[in-house]
Design a protein around this ligand. Structure first.
Ligand SMILES: *Cc1c(COP(=O)(O)O)cnc(C)c1O
Length: 847
């Protein structure tokens, strides 16, 4: 494996002796493959537990048993991993690289066992040892290397790539601290650092021999090479090393194990030495810390953190290390001949975060490998593909030209060159249209010049996609209209999905078993098979089983939360759930307005035909997003008033679920009746939480936004609670939105607003919700919360009517699950591959 990477940018400066080849090649006999039998698992488990981990019968912590079992499973992944690697090398196949600043992986053990097909044997093995496998699985910390939907999408994608046997490598950053963990103090969010690597990480393998050097700062120099061509050198830089850590990504029962490669920044060795020689030992160690800072922490921002130098360094580290890695591999095999490079490689950019890769690939090809501008541009624009994730203009990344100049001077020059050629193309297409040139320029002029990263990604890519039909359409008509007019064929849609392994087979074993018993197990790798459940919606006996499982899952959710909340919930109530990042556009406030309306009805005695309801809301707010944090405080204050009012009792509960994360969602999405997907139309690019709920049989109450539209299309209006303005209506309302008039005309809403304004939920904390009320009463409220209140309440009433008719509700639930086939990432990845990547699956011999 090693020799393929030897031709790195400056191999002589690579650290360590691992590079040395022993000659002749050692004769290490091929090992027999490891057994998946219970008894072999037990033998291997005992060996790891006793010798690698140094534990014995006196150790009571399930964590070490988790580690021992993980090592046992990891061995079995690694042998398949090597097979997969060898097959990719031997076939010299075309590959895709998924570049993402976030991989929100969650836990690994239970998913690895599922995909290896060893869950039952391992469960029995642990049972024989007196261990409960659930307890081991629960001791694993989440790998929270992402904020929300975008990072979780990347994790689901690589699962599907391995399951479809596609040669795809995930490239990301190995943050020392992942997404903060959220605790509540006095109803307010407090962030605690998430040191997820504290106890080590049994799933990763460090690969120091494949480290790459990353440059920052310095300046550029031009000179002529031996052929008289002008060449640029980037000199006087401060360098760091990017060291890869590899994690195996198993496909489902197919022998394929792909790679997720995450980069950690470390200091190079030589600057330590220089300063040490000069007597500045302490200084040199301090410099080492600075280098290691780059991958220290994930930015906990769901939209973007603009202008922070550290964030730009992270982005460049990811792009440069990953591209150097691919190129080193290429050069190891093909030398400096790049003529087929674009036939064999493509890069999918997960949002604009890694889009500096466009300029970095140009730099590596031109400055390091001596290609001409045109050759390099031809390769770049045939290998880069860009996925957009947001329509919110404030989330579009921009970097100040001055910051770029300071940190990445050579990259800035290349971006200027790309832009100059691009502007020439625009002016050929629209002669004299200076306004359009100004609009489309990668460099935004103004008091502070900015680099528009989305435009760099568009200009450098052969494919640009949105993540749901509506989102892709709005990109073409709005945000990227000029570019769509110039290059319509570059634009396409790829509706998001979620992996059915984690989000149905893994998280809902009881339902998975019932489904398999009924229609066979082909659904696990072909989710459209779930269609076959549709006739069973009419089968009373099947509905009985379905309902019993749903109830059992609700109870599991109640038990999971009981210890933290000190609150009894009843599984008889309608479980109404909204979990996702806290953001104004997602409108958790609209949800709370409805809850207050229900509370108001109870207080005024309007409780005829009452349907008991538990409203669960969870999610993290970006630490700097004041309004989002205030929404959390508001939910908790309202919850305190409602939950302890004896007059309310079981009729209504409002619970904030702290520290929402992947492992929590695996329980939450199986125990929900109603899935809240209530963003302002036109604002949620896709949503994927909506898909997890649907797959597990929850029914959506939602707006015509993102993938909700496609969910509605699949399941039909009878099985979906639709409400709210359409995107067109939201647009048309701008300029004459009058929330105060709406409140005045709606007595229920007026009473709700009055309760908040008179301080009913903050009697001891005057004024703390003023900004929040003012925001929804403002005619400039971009989220138009008040506009959708009445239609939302009506939809909630329809949901209650449906819920009390248990037979009807269960039918709807079955039909939602049965119609969720489209939302498998196997379908999504199939679409990416058909239209963008064009990879051939590589069959791997199963062991
Ligand atoms: C699926 C998921 C998300 C995305 O949820 P949306 O409702 O689509 O915003 C965010 N965070 C976690 C932990 C998830 O599992």
């Amino acid at each position: 494996m090693i020799d393929m990477y030897e031709q790195s940018e400056e191999p002589s400066k690579m650290p360590s002796t691992i590079f040395k080849k022993s000659k002749p090649a050692p004769t290490i006999t091929k090992l027999p493959s490891l057994s998946l039998d219970k008894d072999h698992l037990i033998t291997d488990f005992k060996r790891y537990y006793a010798y690698r981990l140094g534990r014995d019968e006196n150790c009571r912590s399930p964590y070490y048993a988790y580690e021992a079992l993980s090592l046992v499973i990891s061995d079995r992944l690694i042998e398949r991993w090597k097979n997969t690697y060898n097959a990719y090398r031997d076939t010299d196949c075309r590959k895709a690289y998924y570049l993402s600043m976030e991989f929100l992986m969650g836990r690994t053990l239970s998913n690895a066992m599922l995909n290896l097909g060893v869950t039952d044997e391992a469960t029995r093995a642990m049972y024989d040892l007196g261990l409960e496998i659930e307890e081991l699985v629960d001791s694993e910390p989440d790998a929270g290397l992402g904020n929300g939907g975008l990072g979780r999408l990347a994790a689901c994608f690589i699962d599907s790539c391995a399951t479809l046997q596609l040669p795809v490598i995930g490239y990301g950053l190995r943050y020392e601290y992942g997404m903060f963990s959220q605790v509540l103090q006095n109803g307010e969010q407090v962030e605690r650092p998430d040191h997820w690597l504290r106890n080590g990480n049994v799933w990763e393998i460090e690969r120091p021999e494949y480290a790459h050097r990353i440059k920052f700062g310095g300046r550029t120099e031009s000179h002529s090479d031996e052929n008289g061509n002008k060449r640029i050198c980037w000199v006087d830089t401060q360098d760091i090393l990017a060291v890869p850590y590899d994690t195996p990504i198993p496909g489902y029962n197919n022998g394929t194990v792909n790679t997720l490669r995450l980069w950690k920044s470390t200091a190079t060795e030589e600057f330590n030495l220089q300063e040490f020689n000069a007597g500045d030992y302490a200084e040199s160690v301090a410099a080492k810390n600075t280098a290691e800072n780059i991958t220290m922490v994930l930015y906990p921002n769901d939209a973007n953190e603009n202008g922070k130098a550290l964030r730009l360094k992270q982005q460049y580290l990811l792009a440069s290390a990953s591209l150097q890695d691919v190129i080193a591999n290429w050069v190891g095999r093909h030398g400096n001949n790049f003529s087929d490079f674009a036939e064999k490689n493509c890069f999918q950019l997960n949002d604009t975060h890694p889009s500096i890769a466009v300029a970095e690939l140009m730099r590596l090809l031109i400055d390091i490998h001596g290609l001409s501008w045109n050759e390099a541009w031809g390769i770049t624009t045939k290998t880069m593909a860009y996925t957009n994730h947001t329509l919110l203009p404030e989330a579009l990344e921009r970097w100040s030209v001055s910051l770029f100049e300071q940190l990445l001077p050579r990259l800035l020059e290349i971006i200027y060159d790309i832009n100059a050629r691009f502007m020439a193309e625009v002016s050929t297409h629209w002669p004299g249209d200076l306004d359009r040139m100004r609009r489309m320029s990668i460099i935004e002029e103004g008091t502070e010049k900015q680099v528009r990263m989305a435009y760099l990604a568009i200009v450098g890519s052969y494919s640009i996609n949105g993540v749901a039909e509506l989102h892709s359409k709005l990109l073409q008509e709005g945000l990227f209209k000029d570019f769509y007019e110039l290059w319509p064929s570059k634009f396409n849609n790829k509706t998001n999905g979620v992996t059915p392994r984690r989000w149905l087979a893994g998280c809902n074993p009881a339902l998975a078993e019932l489904i398999t018993e009924t229609i066979g197990d082909a659904w696990i790798t072909d989710l459209s098979e779930l269609q076959k459940l549709k006739p069973y919606a009419e089968d009373a006996a099947f509905r009985g089983k379905w309902l019993a499982i749903q109830r059992q899952n609700k109870q599991r959710l109640i038990d999971y939360k009981k210890s933290e909340l000190g609150l009894e919930l009843s599984a008889d109530a309608l479980f109404d759930v909204q979990v996702k990042r806290i953001h104004e556009y997602k409108r958790q406030l609209l949800n709370v307005l409805h809850v207050i309306h229900l509370y108001d009805k109870i207080k005024r005695g309007d409780t005829q035909d009452w349907v008991n309801r538990c409203v669960l809301i969870g999610g993290k707010a970006a630490p700097g997003y004041v309004m989002a944090k205030n929404i959390i405080k508001f939910i908790n204050n309202v919850s305190d008033v409602i939950n302890f009012d004896p007059e309310v009792g079981d009729k209504l509960k409002l619970v904030f679920l702290p520290n929402y994360r992947v492992s929590a969602m695996e329980i939450i999405c199986t125990g929900a009746d109603l899935s809240e997907q209530i963003s302002t139309a036109g604002k949620e690019a896709s949503g994927t939480g909506n898909m997890k709920f649907m797959m597990n049989g929850a029914i959506t109450i939602g707006t015509l936004d993102g993938a909700n539209i496609e969910i509605l299309e699949e399941v039909g209006e009878d099985n979906f609670f639709l409400f709210g303005l359409t995107e067109d209506q939201v647009e048309a309302m701008k300029g004459h939105y009058d929330p105060n008039a709406i409140i005045e005309q709606d007595n229920d809403l007026k009473r709700v607003v009055n309760l908040i304004e008179c301080g009913h939920f903050n009697l001891m904390e005057p004024g703390i919700f003023d900004d929040l009320v003012n925001s929804i009463k403002s005619p400039y409220d971009p989220w138009m919360t008040v506009a959708d209140f009445r239609s939302y309440v009506d939809a909630q009433n329809r949901a209650e009517k449906a819920f009390v008719d248990t037979e009807r509700w269960t039918k709807m639930s079955i039909l939602n699950c049965a119609s969720s086939g489209k939302f498998s990432t196997d379908r999504t990845i199939g679409d990416y591959n058909r239209d963008i990547w064009k990879l051939t699956p590589v069959r791997i011999d199963e062991l």
